[in-house]
Design a protein around this ligand. Structure first.
Ligand code: NDP
Length: 269
């Protein structure tokens, strides 16, 4: 197995308190990086911080409450990281969630909210961390995007549309930031077991008649219904591995690109 030593480097993971972001923070810590995570919910953030501190007692870890859509929060988060670590080498724009709605039931405000979330969850952190990334020896930005960018679903019309725009934004950023040696890439995920899906499973449990399906049965049936060739949801760790690859020099000649992490769910060649 390829070993990569990130000691002395700093990784920022937005939405690192749960799911894919949490799994990514773990990988960076395992590789010796200092890590900063953020999220809005204080309890979730504290639980994540405690779990990481237990697993990595020597870890240099900063956990801060920050809504990535709030410019003041993001700037304060960046200032705290600069004061504590003095640098940022890798930025993972991960924070967010999907919106389930068709065109018929998406009102104007919902469209605006969704477009704001998908764009500004990238724009604000990227802008705030750019000065530190510019000074890093091998800087990288990686964005968590969705397969919906290329394969829209009518029941997620606003998310799909915004995701397609994010694909374009990542490409433009990669071109604009290449002279500063900052690589910008994304991953396109299908369905990954994480907080969002755990919450949907809880909803199912509350509504379903007995006998209720176990988590494995419930996700397995969904994967089959959706014709995911690998027959299961992805794990947060599997998305995190792709993010880790794109954030580190393992992918030093890759920019403006994306990796599919969808278990074969993508229908295009
Ligand atoms: P989780 O709900 O497990 O994690 C989402 C994380 O983002 C949490 O830490 C959450 O913390 C944080 N977050 C959400 N909104 C904000 C915000 N405005 N500011 C700061 N932090 C925020 O879900 P996932 O791990 O699945 O989600 C990670 C990313 O992957 C998201 O962008 C999601 O849209 C994307 N994705 C996931 C898919 C899946 O199947 N799981 C499919 C396609 C895309 P808190 O709520 O406390 O702020």
């Amino acid at each position: 197995m390829i070993q990569i030593d990130l000691s002395g480097q700093v990784a920022v993971v937005t939405g690192g308190s749960s799911g894919i972001g949490f799994a990514t923070a773990r990988l960076f810590l395992q590789a010796g990086a200092s890590v900063a995570i953020c999220g809005r919910d204080a309890e979730r953030l504290e639980a994540a911080q405690a779990a990481l501190a237990t697993e990595f007692p020597q870890a240099q870890l900063l956990a801060a409450r920050c809504n990535v859509l709030d410019e003041n929060h993001v700037n304060a988060f960046a200032s705290r990281i600069e004061a504590r670590f003095g640098r940022v080498d890798m930025l993972v724009n991960n924070a967010g969630q999907g919106r389930v709605s068709t065109f018929a039931d998406t009102a104007d405000d919902a469209w605006r909210d969704e477009l704001e979330l998908k764009y500004f969850s990238i724009i604000r952190p990227t802008r705030a961390f750019l000065p530190m990334l510019e000074d890093a020896p091998a800087p990288a930005i990686v964005c968590v995007n969705s397969l919906l960018a290329l394969q829209p679903e009518p029941h997620m019309v606003a998310t799909s549309s915004a995701r397609a725009g994010v694909l374009s934004l990542v490409k433009s950023l990669a071109t604009e930031l290449a002279p500063q040696r900052i690589r910008v890439n994304s991953i396109l995920i299908g369905i990954v077991e994480s907080g969002q899906w755990k919450r949907r499973y809880q909803d199912y449990l509350q509504q379903a008649q007995d006998p209720r399906q176990s988590w494995q049965e419930w996700t397995g049936e969904l994967a089959r219904k959706k014709n995911i060739p690998l027959g299961r949801f992805g794990l947060p760790e599997e998305a995190a591995q792709a993010l880790f690859y794109l954030a580190t020099t393992l992918s030093s000649y890759t920019t403006g690109s994306h990796i599919d992490v969808s278990g074969g769910f993508a229908r295009h060649v």
